[in-house]
Design a protein around this ligand. Structure first.
Ligand code: GLN
Length: 445
């Protein structure tokens, strides 16, 4: 980390003192366990991990990549982080993110650019770009990310690592700073499906502090070798569209053939409303964000600027504290929710969301997993899309549907483009069936 961080810039806050203390404790526990055969060794004891700076860790600054939370030190810890700490991990720092997770390249961070370890001139993807880069550079064994519209899977793909976006409701959102509450999930990035499942195992499950978390047992993700006989893999024709880089399509199709060689039965499926996912998401996510971000008014969280009166407190805090992409989303969302437009935009988008969800339900009556590309391109150059928000939004076409439908998605590396940049593929599964995704990727790997 000392060696690589100066060029990768994955971390916003490093917690060396805390990490060394946790590591000493881990050593002590391990030594004690060796003396006492009855003692239980926590399953992740001593594993160094990184946490996206959108998840609260008590006593450690949590900026969400935003100036507005520059000095925010949460007095509590996210359930997911707390569970991993209980399982024994050592947290080495908080990773860079697009401001409030709004972006696909981590360039919307108010603090720094994170560089893709495969090519430092390129973005790591986003918004969990810091986490993906930290894993890819081998600075940590695993990292926590969040995925509202692709923010675990797309950076995993750009950085050549594995990442899980769980079913909505599988994992607690308590202590995750809200972006789009009906879409937000907490995920894990690691080198392999096996490592990802191991960490995920210990953070998933119902939580009294999040009423949307489901009371379902988390299965033991025991990953064994073997083949994929009996597995039905669907390939959605709507995901191989114009604009997808030929190298991406080739790598994904080759990986699908590999699944077939492993015994899976591959067939085409149709997700007919796929083309609406992008407009639906970019109405609903900003609408929810505009409501969630209303709390940053200068009274409770942010450093209070000079102001004559209360209105100025609001205007100055938000005017100075939010970056341009966040302001754009708040304006889009507020507009879509405003009287007279609500039915035309927000309510309509909700209806189309239901159609997208039904597409998946119908498809999962025919197949066990859906295999598809993650992003139309491999990692692009820093600055390439910064002036063109629509081009940036297009990066998300293949990842948004899973969030809208609430189904799980797993990203894993399947090849390289001619420039040597990693290409990923995603597997999507039925609600709460992360296990099949892990198993399939593990067999492939
Ligand atoms: N790129 C998408 C957005 O900007 C998704 C981000 C995310 O999943 N947090 O909203």
């Amino acid at each position: 980390l000392e060696q690589l961080e100066p060029s990768v810039q994955a971390f916003l806050t490093r917690t060396a003192d805390m990490a060394l203390r946790q590591a000493d404790e881990a050593d002590a526990r391990y030594a004690a366990a060796r003396r006492d055969p009855q003692a239980v060794v926590p399953p992740l004891l001593g594993l160094p991990i990184a946490v996206k700076d959108l998840l609260a860790l008590e006593g450690v600054r949590c900026t969400c990549g935003s100036k507005i939370l520059e000095n925010f030190v949460p007095p509590y810890t996210a359930t997911t982080v707390r569970r991993l700490l209980q399982a024994g991990v050592v947290v080495v720092g908080k990773t860079n993110t697009d401001e409030f997770a709004m972006g696909s390249s981590t360039e919307n961070s108010a603090y720094q650019l994170t560089h893709n370890p495969w090519d430092l001139e390129r973005v790591p993807g986003g918004s969990s770009g810091g986490s993906a880069a930290a894993v890819a550079a081998r600075m940590v064994l695993a990292a926590m990310g969040t995925d509202t519209g692709g923010s675990v899977r797309q950076p995993a793909s750009f950085c050549g690592v594995t990442g899980i976006k769980p079913t909505y409701g599988r994992v607690s959102r308590y202590g995750l700073v809200a972006y789009g509450s009906s879409l937000d999930t907490v995920g894990v990035l690691a080198r392999s499906a096996e490592d990802t499942a191991l960490v995920f195992q210990h953070m998933a499950g119902q939580d009294d502090l999040d009423a949307t978390s489901m009371d379902l047992p988390v299965p033991e993700y025991r990953l064994e070798g073997g083949d994929l006989r009996g597995l039905r893999v669907g390939v959605p024709k709507q995901y191989f569209i114009q604009g997808i880089q030929p190298a991406v399509e080739e790598a994904v199709r080759a990986a699908i053939r590999q699944l077939e060689l492993l015994g899976a039965e591959v067939r085409e499926v149709s997700l007919p409303h796929t083309e609406y996912a992008l407009p639906v998401y970019y109405l609903l996510a900003p609408a929810e964000a505009s409501a969630n971000l209303a709390r940053y008014d200068g009274v409770r969280f942010s450093p209070r600027p000079e102001a004559e009166n209360l209105w100025d407190v609001f205007f100055n805090t938000r005017g100075q504290g939010f970056g341009p992409e966040v302001k754009r989303r708040i304006m889009l969302g507020t507009y879509a929710l405003s009287a007279g437009y609500y039915d035309a935009y927000y309510a309509k988008a909700q209806k189309v969301r239901t159609l997208i969800k039904r597409d998946f339900e119908t498809a999962f009556e025919q197949v066990d997993v859906i295999a598809a590309p993650i992003a139309p391109t491999t990692a692009f150059r820093i600055g390439e899309h910064t002036d063109d928000p629509l081009a940036m939004y297009l990066e998300d076409v293949f990842t948004l549907p899973a969030n809208l439908a609430g189904v799980p998605g797993l990203a894993f590396p399947v090849g390289f483009d001619p420039q040597g940049l990693p290409v990923g593929m995603q597997l999507m599964g039925a609600h709460f069936d992360e296990a099949t995704l892990f198993r399939t990727a593990h067999c492939y790997q």
